[in-house]
Design a protein around this ligand. Structure first.
Ligand code: ADP
Ligand code: MG
Length: 417
């Protein structure tokens, strides 16, 4: 069931409504909103350039933050229109409303190859409510729908799902953009029949966040390597002491069931053999949110129990070396979730070593390396390895749901080839 993509469309002279993910981090500087990271805007350029080349009239729609149905000036997409103009090298019209007369006027005035950006669709509550009448208004003048916002595809909102139905009911096409197409290829098709060995690296904070992914990937992977705080719940389930570490005692059963399933399916399921721990000491200070700040003292490595007054913050060097060794012979690698609290340099070594191993397997053995998860992507970018893997998902929550095997409403609504 392959989805139609923007490549398959004949759009010359047609008005194409493109949903993009322009939910970029912004900051106020001297009374003006400034974009801190333009990655998401850059990532839409291939789709936009293709549509421009094909002679489409392009209407862009996106959400920014959570304005909760109100016109919130700090969440206007106007700065994005300026940035897009700069990156695209051609003017971008801005309609300061997503629907209504003004938007229609801007859209109606577009010539072939021209681009307009609509104001934040979440200025209307109808967007998140997936209101059919609102969807009709959004695409009043459009002929074709393209969804390039994989990061928003797990939500059935008017601009991500409702519109696709409106357009197809009218006999128009709803297609995936190039970024969406790549996400579906790497997080979907490539993992269906992966080249083996297929090594899955799972970390991050919570077992409960990742259990569905573990469960599904147990059926496909040859090896699963567990790291991050998630490992402590597995340890706890085996009667190992975890001190003050982040654990989920209610999920001990979940953890044991996953290991049981691994045994049955003959998946090599590995837990860390050593842990970097520290003793938190109340500094007497409060953070911005009024919570006590702890100094992390006496940082050391243990291989068994974590003392009562200590907390685990990363896999240790032995685990990192073992995981790196396993990764070095992989042909397909999926990584979701860092191996420790990598945001703090003192606990980043394990995550960095695994990142290095993934990059080496990619470059030396031609392994396909696929990175899903917002923080995992951050961890790779932080050490400049982001462009040295096969694919980094832009999806965050959407990639996690997709990896769980969920049908994303924004994807389901697209036309078949
Ligand atoms: P992703 O976004 O890649 O899916 P998660 O959101 O599941 O990853 O987890 C990332 C977070 O988990 C990071 O902020 C990291 O600091 C935290 N984390 C990982 N290991 C530990 C640990 N041992 N103790 C506390 N936090 C941890
Ligand atoms: Mg995260």
């Amino acid at each position: 069931m392959a989805k139609l993509t923007v490549r398959d469309l004949d759009v010359r002279g047609k008005r194409v409504f493109v949903r993009v993910d322009y939910n970029v981090p912004m900051e106020e500087r001297d009374g003006k909103m400034v974009i801190n990271d333009e990655t998401r805007i850059k990532e839409t350029l291939p789709t936009l350039k293709l549509l421009i080349e094909k002679g489409a009239k392009i209407i862009l729609a996106a959400h920014l933050g959570r304005p909760k149905g109100k016109r919130e000036a700090s969440l206007s997409l106007r700065p994005v229109a300026f940035k897009l103009h700069e990156l695209l090298g051609q003017p971008v019209e801005f309609a300061d409303d997503a629907i209504g007369e003004h938007a229609e006027k801007v859209v109606a005035s577009l010539k072939d190859g021209q681009v307009a950006l609509l104001e934040n669709v979440r200025y209307y509550n109808e967007e998140e409510a997936n209101d059919p009448a609102f969807a009709e208004k959004l695409v009043k003048l459009a002929d074709v729908y393209v969804n390039d916002a994989f990061g928003a595809a797990h939500r059935a909102h008017a601009s991500t799902e409702g519109i696709a139905r409106v357009i197809t009911k009218r006999g128009g096409k709803a297609a995936a953009g190039l970024l969406m197409e790549r996400e579906l290829k790497f997080l979907g098709d490539e993992l269906e029949n992966p080249a083996r060995p297929f090594v899955v690296i799972l970390g991050g904070a919570k077992v409960s966040d990742k259990i569905k992914v573990i469960d599904r990937l147990l059926e496909k992977a040859d090896t699963i390597l567990i790291g991050g705080a998630m490992a402590y719940t597995f340890k706890l389930a085996h009667g190992v002491k975890t001190g003050k570490s982040l654990i989920e005692p209610d999920h001990k059963g979940t953890a044991l069931a996953a290991e049981e399933k691994a045994k049955k399916l003959k998946v090599n399921f590995q837990l860390p053999t050593d842990t970097i721990i520290a003793t938190p000491v109340d500094s007497g200070k409060l953070n911005k949110k009024g919570k006590p700040v702890y100094d992390l003292t006496n940082i050391r490595t243990v291989s068994g129990d974590i003392p009562d007054d200590a907390e685990g913050f990363s896999v240790g060097p032995e685990t990192a070396a073992n995981y790196a060794e396993i990764i070095s012979s992989a042909k397909t690698i999926l990584w979701n979730g860092p191996m420790g609290m990598f945001e703090d340099e003192r606990f980043a070594a394990g995550t960095n070593a695994v990142a290095q191993a993934v990059v080496e397997a990619t470059q030396k053995n031609g392994a396909k390396s696929i990175i899903g998860g917002g923080d995992s992507v951050k961890a790779l970018n932080k050490i400049g390895l982001g462009n040295k893997v096969t694919f980094m998902s832009t999806g965050g929550g959407a990639s996690l749901e997709f990896l769980e095997g969920a049908v994303l409403p924004g994807v389901a609504a697209l036309s078949e080839k």
